[in-house]
Write a protein of this length. Sequence first.
Length: 225
Amino acid sequence: MFQIAIDGPSGAGKSTVAKALAARLGIVYVDTGALYRTIGYYVRSRGVSPSDARGVEALLGQIHIRVAFEEGSQHVYLNGTDLGNRIREPEISMYASTVSAIPAVRTFLLETQRQIARENSVIMDGRDIGTVILPKADLKVFLTASREARAKRRVLELAQKGIETTYAQVLEDMEKRDEQDRTRAVAPAVAAPDAVVVDNSELTFEETLQTILKLAKERIAELGD
Ligand code: DC
C-alpha cells in the first residue's frame, strides 16, 4: 500500500492534480472535502446552524455515509443518496468548513478515511491528511498558491460546474473559509513538519503535476530499495 497526502488551502488545485496523479500512478484518488461537504449539506437541510456544535452533534446519529469508487471516480452516498454536484455549491463550502471545526464531526469521519487507505493505495486530498489522518503517509505535499491565483482558479472551477460567481465574491468566501480552517483548534489546515511545500502560483497545471509526480516516483523508488 502506498499513501500520498495532499493538503493545502482551497483553490490550490489539489483535486485536479491529485486526480491526474492517481490516474498516472494507478492508485485511488480520495477527496475528503466531499465528506465534510456531505455533513454540511445534511446540517443545512435540517435547518441547523453549522456553528451550533451541540445541534450538529445531535444530527450525526442520523447520518450514514458510504464512499464508493465507481469507474475511477468517487461517489459519496448520504443515507443511500449520491448528492453529486449539490455539495459543490458555495454555501455548502462554508457549511462544510464550519462543521469541520467541530471535534465530533472529525471523529465521525476519521475511520471512514483510514479504512479507505487500508484497503487501497491512495492519494488523499484534504486539510489534515498528513497531520492527522495518515501521519505515516509515504509522501506528504502541502500545495499552496497566492490568494489571487487561487481565487482565479476557483472561479473557473465553479463555472465548469455551472455555478456562476464573481471573482470578488469568491475571494471573500475563500479567505473567510481558509482563515477558519487554518485557525481552528482541532486538526488545523497546516503543513505537516515533514511535508514538501509546493507553491504553484507561478506554475502551470502540467508543471505542478510533474513536480509532484517526480516526488512520488522518488519515494516509490526509495521504498523499493
Ligand atoms: O476541500 P474542500 O474545499 O472540498 O473542503 C471543504 C471544507 O471541508 C474545508 O473548508 C474544510 C473541510 N475539510 C477539512 O476540515 N478536512 C479535510 N481533510 C477536508 C476538508
